[in-house]
Structures are given as C-alpha cells and as structure tokens.
Design a protein around this ligand. Structure first.
Ligand code: UN1
Length: 489
C-alpha cells in the first residue's frame, strides 16, 4: 500500500506488483501498489500540506518522534527481522543487525535534536551578532535499495525528519513490506499525517516521477552508478540538490606480517555476508601473504547455503533471479579471462529445496589483475578476486585503481604500513585489522570518487543532506553599518 496524507491507499491506477521470497519463489508475500506519476503527485501534495506545521515544530519535539520509533523498532525487532528474511532473503542474524542499525540511528539522531545546530560568528561591526542556522529543504524524495530494507531508509528518514523536511519515500520494489512496517511504527510513534508519504513501485515509474517533480527540493538515492547518473542528470537540469550513495569496489589488503587467521575470518565475512550484496562488500583482496588464498578457500568451502530463516545457514539466497544471472555473467567473464584462476565456487546451487531460491556458491578468483572487469565493476554477489602485489606501494596503487571509493581495509601489525594505508587509500571508510563491512552509525558513511557526490550519511553530517545553511546577522546598533567600509566612509 501507499501512504499518502496519513492514509494507506492502493495505486490510483489499481496496478499491483508481486512481492516474493528470494528463498522460495512460490512464497508470495503479497501484491503491492505499483505507483506512477499520479500517486507521486498526491504524495507530494500531502507532504506540502504538512510542511509548514512540521517545520515549525521545535527540533527536540521532532527528536522525540525518533526516540519513540526507536523504542518501537526495538520492541518489534524480532518480528521485523523475520519479515526482512522472508522478503529480502538475508540470514536472520543479519536481519537483526539491519534493524539494530535503524534503532541505533534513531537514538543517535534523537540526541542530535538537542545538540548545537550552528555557530555564533564574530562580526567586523560593533553591535552586530552573527550566527548560522540550519533550514530544511522542504519536500525531499528518498529512494532506497533492497539490501538494507530497514537500515538505509532510516539513514535517510531520521535526519530528513529531524531537519524539518516532509518526505516522499520510494522503497525498493523488492522490499516494499519492510518499508510499510517501518512506517506503521512511525505512525504509532506519533508521525503527523503527510509528514512522511510512501509510494511503492518501480524506479522507472514512481522513482522517475518523484525525481522529476518540481516541488521536490532534494533527492537522496542509494543504488547503482547507472541509476545515480540518470537521477543526477534530472536533478542537475532542475538545479535541485541530490545526494548519491552508489556502487563500490571495496578492498582488503593483506600484508605479509598479517595475522592470517584474522584476515581470513574478516575477509570471508566482508566478502560473503549478505551474499556479497552490500555496497561495502569485500569484492577485491590485494594479498602479499603466501598462505592467504588457500586459507580463505579452506574456510569458504565449509559454508552452508540455504534459506536465511535457517539459523545454521552461512550464505542466504540472492535477491532475485535477475541478480543471480547477473552474478553468473560476471563469473563467466572472470573465467574467460586468462589472467585469473577460479579457486572455488563459480556455480549456481540448485539441488533439492535450494532450487526454489537464487543461490550462487561462494566464489574466489586468484591471480587477478587490477584492470580485469571482475576487479573493476561492482558485482553485488558472493564473489571476490584476489590480486597479488609485491609491496605496499603496489598494493595501495592496486586498491586505488578503480572509479569507486567506499570502504577499504588493511590487515597488518606494522604500524607504518597501517598508517600509510589510512592516509593514502582513496576511500571514505578505512579499517585497520577489520573487515570492509560493519560501519557504525555515529560515523560518516560515504565514498570518494564515483561512489557518491560528496555527501555523507549517518553521523552528525547526515543533516547536511537535508538542510541548507542560513547565515543570520542581527544589527542592534540602530544605525546603518556597512561591512567592508571604514568608519565614516
Ligand atoms: C550498504 O551496503 O549499502 O557497513 C550499507 C556495512 C553496513 C551498511 C552497508 N553497516 O556493511
């Protein structure tokens, strides 16, 4: 259902789309509204009608809403996690982590509601006080992906709401019900009608209409580089703000002195958690360690594949058949390139019950060169490529040799190597002796180069996506004072 002005409604056209379980294609969760421009128009109009009142609500009162919704998410964490596993596929443990990110960020942002929101600044003139204030954008459009169906909508919703905006959310078509449950909890927490509206549907229809709507002042998008380019072009044409969290090709460097067991554990987790469907997934490893590749394979071959609802499963299904085919295409590209060797995996797993889902075996390539397609393009599946390097200079150069720059890590006990990696890696997130995944919500999340356009989500900087700076000066001299002019001029 769509949420428009506080009411749950079907699409105006009456059209629907199916919502299926990635582990069991026969399990249909429901038929969901498939919206178009008419629904977007109604949602934006509802957001506009609610805006003045919401903008005028004191920030701590807006923060209270987030505190309350955080508590409800905590209360319903188990139920939501189960829904997420059924709708999106990831393991229950990971689904709980996804919901927990939303809870943590609700509490973090609720606290920000009472933090300083600007600065006082000296004036060059006497009896004049200057300060900076944050001002909301107005109506913002949020377009979110399926891989973190609760966490990512909350990364955008909480700061957008705290900053005083009204919202139209277009959730991913693969995870509409997670978004609907999240909104039900927001309503229970006291969300005023129209402050957040939801239009379910597909990107080319509902998403495109939202981006193009003249009354939407900013668009926040997480997804692929290709879609990001389309959105950026339209926003640029209309001169509206856009913040982009796009693809990446993350990397872990394993130095010869690394604790190889720790590196294997961390990189296996980074590469194969969520079956590699994270924008922070470790899809490349630059290894200088002679034992690393074999040790990684020894670990990966023990992985159990199956539905995420089975607590003993390590690798859950991919989101849908199209994604499985896409991942298999990349594996074929890797196999056809003589520069790399397939060490393990490389095939679909569809025996017995698994035939109902979209499973690909965890796949490791070795001897890859940095310029290969599997080392350059985002795969979003359980595939990683090991690139050899002779020394740290070469390793850092290989790590930096992509158009993306979200998350990187280095495994070493050498402080000089670690500090060089920290300062020289062109990535927005860098870890030492830890995986590329697992970002915490109090830190800025975002990437360099083509991973984004400079904004950061989470952390206190999240408000920058959703507010304008206003420079305010109050002259209490009761005379005309001219900046940049000497007294009496
Ligand atoms: C994403 O894949 O888009 O750092 C977000 C992590 C998670 C968030 C990933 N906390 O892997």
């Amino acid at each position: 259902m769509n949420l428009i002005g506080g009411q749950w409604l079907p699409a105006r056209s009456g059209r629907t789309m199916e919502d299926r379980n990635p582990a069991d294609g026969d399990d249909v969760l429901g038929d969901v509204a498939r919206s178009d421009g008419d629904d977007v128009d109604a949602a934006v109009a509802a957001a506009k009608a609610a805006y003045e009142r919401w903008r005028a609500t004191p920030m701590p009162a807006r923060g209270d809403l987030l505190r309350r919704v955080g508590a409800f998410l905590e209360r319903d964490k188990d139920e939501l996690s189960r829904l997420m596993t059924r709708e999106m596929g990831k393991t229950l443990k990971e689904a709980r982590g996804d919901v927990q990110e939303g809870i943590d960020f609700a509490h973090f942002m609720a606290g920000q509601a009472r933090a300083p929101m600007g600065e006082t600044v000296p004036s060059e003139l006497p009896r004049k006080l200057s300060m900076t204030l944050r001002h909301p954008i107005g109506i913002v459009g949020l377009i979110t992906p399926w891989n973190f169906p609760i966490a990512i909508p909350t990364w955008k919703l909480w700061p957008a709401l705290l900053a005083g905006n009204c919202v139209v959310l277009k959730p991913a078509e693969d995870t509409p019900l997670c978004a609907q449950r999240l909104l039900e909890l927001l309503i229970e927490a006291g969300l005023p009608a129209g402050v957040v509206n939801v239009v379910q549907g597909i990107g080319e229809e509902a998403g495109a209409a939202l981006v193009a709507h003249a009354d939407v002042g900013a668009v926040s998008f997480t997804g692929s580089l290709d879609t990001g380019r389309l959105i950026a072009a339209e926003c640029g044409r209309q001169m509206k703000r856009y913040s982009m969290e796009l693809g990446s090709k993350n990397v872990s460097i394993v130095m010869p002195d690394a604790d190889v067991e720790l590196a294997v554990e961390g990189i296996a987790w980074g590469a194969f958690a969520t079956s590699g469907q994270r924008c922070t997934a470790t899809s490349r490893v630059v290894s200088l360690h002679p034992e690393f590749a074999d040790a990684l394979v020894d670990k990966v071959v023990t992985y159990r594949l199956g539905p995420g609802s089975d607590e003993s499963v390590d690798l859950a299904p991919l989101i849908n058949r199209a994604q499985r085919d896409r991942v298999m295409d990349y594996i074929r590209v890797g196999r056809e390139d003589d520069r790399a060797r397939l060490l393990t995996g490389g095939h679909v797993v569809d025996s017995g019950e698994l035939a109902k889902g979209n499973y690909v075996a965890p796949t490791v390539f070795a001897d890859a060169s940095p310029s290969m397609r599997i080392a350059q393009e985002e795969i979003f599946g359980p595939v990683t490529a090991i690139i050899p390097a002779g020394d740290l200079d070469e390793a850092i150069a290989a790590a930096n040799s992509t158009q993306f720059g979200l998350s990187a890590s280095i495994y070493t006990n050498d402080v000089n190597a670690a500090m060089r990696a920290v300062t020289e890696l062109e990535f927005g997130i860098v870890y030492v002796n830890a995986p590329t995944i697992g970002a915490e919500v109090q830190l800025p999340f975002g990437g360099m180069k083509r991973t984004g356009n400079g904004f950061r989500e989470a952390g206190p900087h999240a408000l920058d996506e959703f507010s304008e700076w206003k420079a305010v000066s109050i002259d209490f001299s009761a005379r005309l004072q001219k900046a940049q002019f000497a007294e009496g001029e």
